[in-house]
Ligand binder design. Structure first.
Ligand code: DCM
Ligand code: DCM
Ligand code: ZN
Ligand code: ZN
Length: 281
């Protein structure tokens, strides 16, 4: 997602955090964030361009075999770099496990100085939190689990109304941007509030299931990635061949998919952070 999609994901998650999770998140965030995870939800995109962070570019997405419409972790998420398997689902596993082992050590180590030292030595946990919050958003963008040869739609040039964009950009930014302008007077918060009303209203039963993982897993990115490639094939790539014109038909039929993916990203980010930091719940 672009900045709006990431802000939406994190702003949808924040009101769903348990009190102990809110405290843990605040203590991991830098002071200038003032407890707002959303304010740093695009950090992983902001730093990608810096030399020392170049290696993280591949963590934002996963490429699947052309036209197969299937995702398989072992086949598609290769080239590990240190502890991190180099794709968005590998990154979610890795940063979930870094934060979980910190949580576990925080319970077993009573000396605060020891705890500080453990946290510092093992990993940078602030970075882990910011990466996790960002990548749980990205894995829900269907074209972040797209085909290999078109780089998740980046090489598919189309007309979006009267402008030219690549298909990936339309899903990262333009569908959200048009909805924001068209329905919400360009106010992102109003769009997020409307999605949140669905999460606690019409979608409340589904939303409980969205947050769950099997076998006591803390996060389950294979599920989110499988949903994304299915949606990429069914909705994103469909009728979006190179040079085609996408306008109202495409926008109005795809917007509900985008809204639900933002909702699922927010609900799951909150559920993951609650399982890490409020584990008795
Ligand atoms: N893993 C995998 N296939 C899955 C799920 C996870 O290969 N379906 C990998 C991803 C991690 C490793 O297992 O690199 C350990 O995961 P965890 O951090 O959950 O222990
Ligand atoms: N991207 C993707 N799949 C790829 C390559 C890139 O989903 N195979 C995503 C990452 C960014 C956007 O597309 O959100 C643009 O990527 P870049 O800036 O690397 O061109
Ligand atoms: Zn993108
Ligand atoms: Zn990203």
């Amino acid at each position: 997602w672009g900045a709006d999609g990431h802000h939406a994901t994190c702003l949808l998650a924040e009101p769903l955090l348990e009190p102990a999770t809110v405290d843990a998140v605040r203590s991991l965030l830098p002071d200038y964030a003032d407890g707002s995870l959303a304010s740093l939800c695009t950090w992983a995109d902001d730093i990608r361009w810096q030399y020392k962070w170049h290696w993280t570019s591949a963590l934002h997405f996963i490429d699947t075999p052309d036209f197969l419409c299937r995702y398989n972790y072992d086949r598609d998420c290769h080239n590990s770099y240190g502890d991190v398997d180099m794709c968005v689902s590998g990154a979610i596993y890795n940063y979930t496990s870094q934060l979980t082992s910190y949580r576990n050590s925080a319970h077993s180590i009573s000396d605060p100085a020891m705890l500080e030292a453990t946290a510092r030595d093992q990993y940078n946990l602030t970075e882990a939190l910011l990466f996790l919050a960002h990548f749980v958003g990205d894995v829900h963008q269907p074209l972040h689990v797209g085909f290999t040869s078109d780089a998740g739609g980046n090489t598919i040039l189309v007309h979006w109304y009267r402008r030219k964009y690549n298909l990936h950009h339309i899903w990262d930014n333009e569908i959200i941007n048009k909805a924001k302008t068209y329905y919400y007077n360009s106010n992102l918060q109003d769009m997020i509030d409307a999605i949140f009303t669905n999460i606690t209203g019409d979608w409340v039963e589904q939303a409980k299931v969205w947050g769950e993982c099997a076998n006591d897993d803390i996060s389950c990115p294979d599920i989110y990635a499988t949903e994304s490639i299915n949606l990429a094939c069914k909705w994103a790539y469909k009728n979006a061949t190179p040079g085609s014109t996408l306008s109202d038909d495409y926008f109005f039929s795809r917007l509900p998919i985008v809204q639900k993916r933002l909702a699922q990203g927010g609900v799951r980010l909150a559920a993951i952070l609650n399982r890490i930091f409020s584990p008795s719940k």
